[in-house]
Design a protein around this ligand. Sequence first.
Ligand code: CA
Ligand code: CA
Length: 352
Amino acid sequence: MGGAEFRILRLSDPPLKIAHKTDATMTLDGKLDEAFWVNAESIVVGKGSGSSTGGYYMQWNHPTNTYNDQSMATVKFMHNGTDLYIGVQSNDKSVCKWSPGWEADGLFLWMTNKDEYLPAPDRRMEIKNMYFNPTIGAGSVFEVNHNVPTGAADGKSFEPVGTVTHTELGGPDAGYSLEVLVKTDLFGYAVGDTVRLGVVIWDLDYADAVAFSADSSDYAPNWWGIQWADRTFEKYYLFRNVHLSGRTSDVEDNSQPFNFNLSQNYPNPFNPITTICYELPYESHVTLKIYNTLGQELATLVNGVETAGKHEIRWDASNKPSGVYFYKLVVSSAEPLTAGSYTSVKKMLLMR
Ligand SMILES: [Ca+2]
Ligand SMILES: [Ca+2]
């Protein structure tokens, strides 16, 4: 393919989302009208998103390219037992298949088996819920590749009034929503595990066979986790984590945190002892270190595997001068390439 390429690799994408527990069964109809979707954790994918890589628009802004529909999609996660529920809500204004290629609007998902870090290309597990059908008005097509265990996933779409799929004129569609059910036990996972997957939401605008040009037609995925920046489609990709929390999102159930968090120390300002609190949604390897304003490491308060939950630790600055200090929490995954890492830094003031 020719033409300009636009790459935005924002590797600070959140590495982890929590799938809250629900006891309700998802009605697999593509409609996100189950009550549990309201409190589901989500990522937003699309250009300018703060929670995903935000897009790889090949040939985007090419002078002969009419692509001007920058959609945003919200991808939500819930679970009932080992059934992972994935919901997608997109405001895409041109819901279609890309005529000359295999791409189409919708969800492209890569799964892993438990403890399988990077599946080899011939072992990759693809789950798709995309608008492949070239018939005007047709819903999404659900497909899995041959590596996905039989019966391990299913999906449906819903197109609200105003959406006509596979339109050639590019709108004014009212978007679409999708639901996908993944039976994670068939990939080796149990409740309490962290499922490694990657999500791509494709957003094409229609290009028919006549209009197609390798220099101007669109290639526009937005993603959380999988990065197809390489033309071989092999070199740059990264799985993300969805934790099957086993806990609901009810406010009463706050005995354990749902996310990594580093709180402001207290008291602050302090003299000479202060307390630092942090939260872990699941057992993690943690370091908590103190730095001065020159970036010099002064103390290591924590370095090891910590249990899920809230933790607090005191720092005694008796032998330190007044001034600003920083404390940094680093949570690292046991896996290579730190796919599960979290880092947070906060400032504190010692006043004598
Ligand atoms: Ca539903
Ligand atoms: Ca589209």
